[in-house]
Design a protein around this ligand. Sequence first.
Ligand code: ADP
Ligand code: MG
Length: 449
Amino acid sequence: MENLQSLWDRVVKKLELMVSAVSFDLWIKPIVPLSYENNELILIASSPIAKNQLIKNHYKQIDTCLEEIFGLKVEFAIFDEEEKKEYLKLHADACATPQKEEKKINPFNEKYIFDNFVVGKSNQIVYAACRAVAENPGRSAFNPLFIYGGVGLGKTHLLHSIGNYIYTHNPDLNIVYCTCEKFTNDYIESIQRQSKDNTISDFRSKYRNVDILMVDDIQFITNKKETQEEFFHTFNDLYQNNKQIIIASDRAPSEIATLTDRLRSRFSSGITQDIQAPDFETRLAILKKKAGLEKYTVDDDVFDFIAENVNTNIREMEGFLSKVHFLATLYGKESASLAETYEAFKEQAEVKKEKLSPETILDIVCEYYGVDKNDVKGKKKSSVVVEPRMMAIYLIYDMLGLPLVSIGKIFGRDHTTIIHARDKITEKARVEHKTKNIINELKNKINNA
Ligand code: ADP
Ligand code: MG
């Protein structure tokens, strides 16, 4: 784990490529990182004017670069010197000055710990495997550990829990968490710079000199042959040295299209464990836990209503709970009641309906199957595109209820083809567990788009 200053230096390097030279010299370069605690970063601008300029013109860029370098969404505030003094007065103990800042920082979201994770039937095995790995990285039977499951079911929470646990109990271990996207971007960047200054070795030293490597959302490695190749070698290198590898994905290795066989077999060589959607009792317990953590006061029947009605995924449930709490605060109520809950529910249903379009559904289906949208809309008849095409037709019909002729127009086909596709998928879902799962997974993704 790097210290704050060196992480910030990397952020600055990225920002340099995004802003004008003048803005960089005037506003960005003089920023000093003051502290990073509980995923909150305090930055000091050189003057009140600099602070305003940064907030007005560069906030988004800083936000993006922080997320990339820190590997998670970072909450940050920009202070001027006066505010810094006030802040330091209030946080005299907690804050190290930059000169003293040698302490390793914890890059993990401190809310995502094992203690905040509710264990139920749907996730108990995954939870146990993650704990075993956290307690004995590289030495348990769980290497590699491959966890998979739908959107918002707690995969990232578990990876961060492992990170937090190791940070606390084994701080000398070098642990790297990244998304597949970040791994890919770092790799591409290193290749681009390779000829100039030999940075591929920087990339390798970052990803290979680790005790624990965690890669989140590995399904995005599909269609990236060279990244797969590099990941394969990284994997082998770590594995041979008894280093722990943990991978999270939205589906099992066997379901990741265009994954090379040798990578698929590596992924499956340790423990592969899925995380299921939680049952009603677990959803209820998660909501109560969340309310406790966020200090929301909520009537009991509100929890029941949310657990009953918002059941696609936990992230959505949490978002809904926070909306209900927000409305209650707005109306000056001490405790959130069913009245606010109904209001939030109605609003959410309308927003969803407005947001959803056939193109969104098509995009998500194509991304899921790793196929090109033009092929799906086009005339190709190979099975690689026929299945996604029928699935997209089915979902557009089922979720949007558009007339068959209108759906036909999207795909350049007449309505009989649309009926055929719809009925074919309906029948497949009736007899095949796998198709049913894919439909649920896709609906979940679409609802969260
Ligand atoms: P994923 O990575 O699988 O898409 P996340 O880990 O981001 O999902 O989880 C989404 C949200 O749901 C997070 O806020 C997380 O804390 C919460 N969550 C998921 N599962 C649980 C659980 N079993 N107990 C408590 N919170 C959970
Ligand atoms: Mg995730």
